[in-house]
Design a binder for this molecule. Sequence first.
Ligand code: 13P
Length: 251
Amino acid sequence: MARSRQPLIAGNWKMNGLRADALTLAKGVADGVRQAAWQDRAVLVCPPATLLAAVAESVKSSGVLVGGQNCHAKASGAHTGDVSAEMLRDCGASHVIVGHSERRADYGETDAIVRAKAEAAWRAGLVPIVCIGETLAEREAGKTLAVLEAQLRGSVPSGATAATLVVAYEPVWAIGTGKTPTTPEVAAAHAHIRGVLGSLTADAQSVRLLYGGSVNGRNAAELLAAGDVDGGLVGGASLKPDEFLAIAKSA
Ligand code: 13P
């Protein structure tokens, strides 16, 4: 049976890889995706900005999509060291991650900043992957669903649709720790996110919701089969082509 939402498996390479490693990794992913010839799922890799153009060139015609990990809200100007959504697009990107918890923590990115970055992505013709997720303290205080709702309401620009928005639920405490929520907890969080999106988008039922946080080749099949989960945002395991492809296969 055809699924109503095409799964998206995205690899966030974070600040990893020099040119030679990145091209080897990109080739491994592209070869695997070419061979699998999936019609029913999409695969995206998000390399560091310095490697985006080279990776985009290397995966060309494989079907692998390429995205940025962050962008500035402005198109250009006096913002030393920053990269605009237009620049990512110019390098071959189709998507950009915005509001990753590492950026929220390291650079104090607020929901308002994340929202401006999502709007910048639209301006440049990119699809933003808006990241939300609770910290361990928030979870232990029983605030998970309230935090997710507040982040969504603050970070998702008005006018978002399934064609222009992907949301990634990444519990902060699950990132890079080997810990994950249980499958029912993931399903409950995603159901809540979809419910909130009902008041923010016209077609919430079609918006893709990714789970991220310690997804690997062993737990992907179960996590990605949870209700309202439409794929994954994978960190560490996306640096190994075989494991990343196995995750994509299990979606
Ligand atoms: P890990 O898969 O390494 O836990 O990272 C998840 C993540 O932050 C993806 O954006």
